[in-house]
Write a protein that binds this ligand. Structure first.
Ligand code: GRF
Length: 191
């Protein structure tokens, strides 16, 4: 059985693409029921729509500061699509406990560092500043604490002497595309 998933994005959507491409495989245990964005011109939306994947936009701006009302609108779109599992893929909104509780155990995220190192933003710059020799990415369950939650799988890359933020980010991103489909497969309910 293919589990219907929703992928939440805010921009480029390259991790969404990696997931959608994996889902296109006959033996992969998930299918993309919805690509949902909080930004109407997110590049990933056009890519998904061109491939016949259902897309939707719920703009957080339309809800002023009411985060839970925004999330209830997200939840309505996800439920309407039939998706029972949610993958955050560059979704740039912090979620409230209400949404996290609603999707407990069915909500995962990809983060561009080897958590618990470098939660939050600018992970590649911070990794370079810290002088680490190894960097990478993490797929984890989402809990109310940002970039925490049980780790599902990680991938590492070496930090090279002449790395810039951009070269390091690019090396990590290639690993993200490989990691996310593998980790999702692990995290899906069995059967
Ligand atoms: C990725 O580096 C992801 O780990 C982080 O945001 C970035 C999103 O990139 N959460 P993309 O939109 O998937 O290309």
């Amino acid at each position: 059985m293919k589990h219907p998933i929703a992928i939440l994005i805010s921009g480029r959507g390259s991790n969404m693409r990696a997931l959608a491409e994996a889902c296109a495989g006959e033996d992969y245990p998930a299918r993309v029921a919805l690509v949902l964005s909080n930004v109407k011109d997110a590049a990933g939306l056009a890519w998904a729509a061109e491939r016949g994947i259902k897309t939707a936009t719920v703009e957080h701006k339309a809800y002023g500061g009411d985060r839970e009302a925004f999330e209830r609108a997200l939840d309505r779109e996800i439920s309407a699509s039939g998706a029972s599992f949610v993958c955050l893929a560059g979704f740039m909104r912090v979620l409230t406990p209400w949404f996290i509780d609603t999707y407990r155990g069915r909500l995962i995220n990809i983060h561009p560092s080897l958590l618990p190192a470098f939660p939050g933003l600018h992970t590649h710059r911070r990794a370079l500043e810290a002088g680490v020799a190894v960097h990478g990415c993490t797929v984890h369950h989402v809990i109310a604490h940002v970039d925490a939650g049980e780790i599902i799988q990680q991938a590492s890359v070496p930090v090279l002497p002449d790395d810039t933020e951009d070269t390091l980010a690019a090396r990590v991103l290639v690993e993200e595309w490989r990691l996310y489909p593998e980790a999702l497969r692990r995290a899906l309910p069995k059967g």
